[in-house]
Structure formats: C-alpha cells, structure tokens
Design a protein around this ligand. Structure first.
Ligand code: ATP
Length: 237
C-alpha cells in the first residue's frame, strides 16, 4: 500500500483553479520530487496535503486514512510533517522555543529533549544558537531550524517546500545531504524544488507539474535524461 495517495485532487484559491485533478503516490521509503515552473501548483499540492487548504474534489489518503477533510494539527499527529516555503519559524521565539513548539503534543519531556538533541546532532549550528531568536538566524540556519522543528513530531513522511531557496551552494549541499540521511534513516520524503537538478539527483521518482496538472511522471534517472525536462527545468539545451 502506498504511504500517500492523491486521487483526482482539485484545489481553488477563490476562483483560481490551482490544482486540476492531481493523482500521485508516494511509497514508503521513497524520495519523490515535484518539479515545475513558478505557479505550476507545487506549493499548493503540499498545502492541500497538509490540510492548510482543503480540496474541492478528490481524495488524499495517508497511511490508509482519508485526510483531505482533516485539520493541519491532526495531519501532523498522523505522522505527516510539512516544512513550508519561507520556513515558517517564529522569529520572536528562541531556537529552543521553536523546537519545543514543534513538539506541541509530546508530553514526555525526555522525548522532547531526545528529539531536540537529534536535531542539534544533524545541525550542530543550532545547538550553538539555542538561546538566539529565530528571526536573527541566517537563511540557512532558519532552514535547518525549520527541518529540525518538523522532526520534533517524528514524521513518517516529511514534505519540504523549496528547502534550497536563497541558500549559498555549500548550504544547499548540506541541506540535501541531511534530506538524504533522513531518508536513509527511514523518513519518506516529498520534495518540492526549483533546483530540479539537485532534487532529481537524490530523488527516486519525480512528477512534473504544469498549470495545476501532472504532465509527466517517471523515475528520477529517466526524468534527468528526458530532453523536454532538460530544456525546461534543468537548464540543459
Ligand atoms: P512557486 O515556486 O512560484 O511557489 P508553485 O508551483 O509552488 O510555484 P503555487 O504557489 O502552488 O505554485 O501556485 C499555483 C497557482 O495558485 C498560481 O497560479 C498562483 O498564482 C496561485 N496562488 C498561489 N497562492 C495563492 C493565493 N494565496 N491566492 C491566490 N492565488 C494563489
């Protein structure tokens, strides 16, 4: 059984028909990448899965449960984490408080500490900055915090929206290395990226979105070799 299945999902912003019948699957253990140009509907797909918006039509099932009418906090509790575009950290709270907020339903303080330690092991930079306000972190550090915070709920599936956005190449590599490491440790990943070359270098499979529809789906290796994908998204002519 797939971990995540979208069947004919439609979403609107007012009259704007942003998703026009998305059907896709994510299998346990996979890294699946969504690629497409600006406005194709990638972020909207993640927002619709995480309950930030509800589809007007279609089904979304996660781990065998229908989630398309659930609220975001219930979906997080079911094991589906979302690191949104722009990171969504709390700028006025410290790094430690941001991480604690990530574990909002975990009552056991030992578990909260263990998970915080794990996040700081992945990103040692965060440990040095536990008392610093989130808003004063660099862009790369904020991305690290956003990922570490989403791990506080121990998700089975983690959705990442443009984790490389605005980061220097060395930090992009670090973030992608961590995404790969998390996947090796058993976290299934759904990755939205403008940096399609990087995304397809770590993904198992990918979907190409255009105008709210999936126009292509294949293994990452085949997508990298596909001429139209190379021209449109990989900067290869
Ligand atoms: P980008 O990489 O630029 O974020 P994307 O593929 O993630 O692109 P979406 O953000 O999902 O694209 O946008 C899909 C469509 O929905 C676009 O036409 C966009 O203009 C529209 N849209 C997105 N957010 C809103 C909003 N809050 N209100 C109205 N329309 C929106």
């Amino acid at each position: 059984m797939s971990l995540l299945t979208l069947t004919d999902v439609h979403s609107y912003y007012g009259h704007i028909h942003a998703l026009k019948g998305i059907s896709m699957t994510v299998e346990p253990g996979e890294i699946v990448s969504l690629i497409g140009s600006n406005g194709a509907g990638k972020s909207t797909t993640l927002r619709t899965i995480s309950g930030m918006m509800h589809p007007s039509r279609g089904q979304i099932s996660f781990d065998g449960r229908e989630i398309s009418r659930m609220e975001p906090h219930t979906i997080v509790l079911a094991g589906l984490g979302h690191v949104p575009e722009g990171r969504g950290i709390f700028p006025k709270l410290t790094v430690r408080e941001n991480l604690e907020m990530g574990a909002f339903t975990v009552k056991d303080p030992t578990l909260v500490r263990e998970r915080m330690d794990y996040g700081c092991e992945l990103f040692p930079r965060l440990r040095e900055r536990l008392g610093q306000h989130g808003g004063t972190l660099s862009g790369g550090e904020q991305q690290m915090l956003a990922i570490a915070r989403s791990l506080m709920m121990n998700p089975r599936l983690l959705m990442l929206d443009e984790p490389s956005m605005g980061l220097a190449p060395v930090l992009v590599e670090l973030i992608f290395d961590i995404v790969k490491l998390l996947n090796d440790k058993g976290v299934t990943i759904l990755l939205v990226e403008q940096n399609a070359l990087m995304a397809l270098s770590i993904a198992h499979r990918g979907y190409v979105l255009q105008n709210g529809e999936i126009v292509l789906s294949d293994t990452a290796a085949n997508l990298r070799r596909n001429e139209s994908v190379q021209k449109a998204y990989l900067g290869i002519n």
